[in-house]
Design a protein around this ligand. Structure first.
Ligand code: B4P
Length: 183
């Protein structure tokens, strides 16, 4: 299976859920910028304090802050495969990632787009119930996704890396679909 992957998709599409399963099964490092930011918030670090209110509004944390986190994580991997989950989230982050991966000599091998209707996304996130999972914030996250993250679909399609996967159905069936496009 491909070893250097990126997951794209709207909030609640199951990026985190599928990334954890796939990394476990294939020995990849799961790099979720959402999880890394939430860990900073729980630790009460300066970075976490800066990120917390932004996340609770459903906005994107600053590019420089997220990039610093990703750079440190990727730089420490020593050749292990990886899956970037929730990063990049806008064109500026994608444009900063390219030279970083070039420097590390680790190009992306595939980008998986998890596709799901808004109604199902909203239902899933409301039942998850995280601090940023109330209806008004979820709707804002969907607007931010459409505005900032969706342009990345074309960015990676043009590079011949994009694989779309229908993200509705049971978790195991979706994992198999993803493994199918990454074989
Ligand atoms: P993330 O942590 O990336 O989370 P997400 O997009 O909301 O959810 P995900 O798609 O991973 O869904 P999950 O598997 O959890 O982002 C949170 C915030 O962090 C952002 O709003 C932003 O503020 C900040 N952030 C993160 N990265 C950033 C970046 N690069 N730049 C700037 N800011 C950044 O699944 C959702 C729910 O559905 C779960 O409850 C799960 O159990 C359930 N589920 C999953 N698959 C299912 C299935 N097949 N059927 C039924 N339920 C399912």
């Amino acid at each position: 299976m491909k070893q250097r992957l990126l997951f794209l998709g709207p909030p609640g599409a199951g990026k985190g859920t599928q990334a954890a399963l796939l990394c476990d099964r294939h020995g990849l490092r799961h790099l979720s910028t959402g999880d890394l930011l939430r860990a900073e918030v729980s630790a009460g670090s300066e970075l976490g304090k800066e990120a917390e209110s932004v996340m609770n509004r459903g906005e994107l944390v600053s590019d420089s802050l997220v990039l610093a986190i990703v750079k440190a994580q990727l730089g420490a991997l020593n050749g292990q495969g990886w899956l970037l989950d929730g990063f990049p989230r806008n064109v500026a982050q994608a444009e900063a990632l390219d030279p970083l991966l070039q420097e590390l000599n680790q190009p992306i091998e595939a980008v998986v787009l998890l596709e799901l209707d808004d109604a199902v996304l909203i239902e899933r996130l409301l039942s998850r119930g995280r601090d940023d999972d109330n209806e008004a914030v979820i709707r804002n996250r969907l607007v931010v996704y459409a505005d900032k993250t969706e342009p990345l679909i074309e960015h990676y399609r043009q590079r011949g890396l994009l694989q779309s996967v229908e993200a509705n159905g049971n978790i195991e069936a979706i994992t198999e679909r993803i493994e199918g496009v990454l074989a």
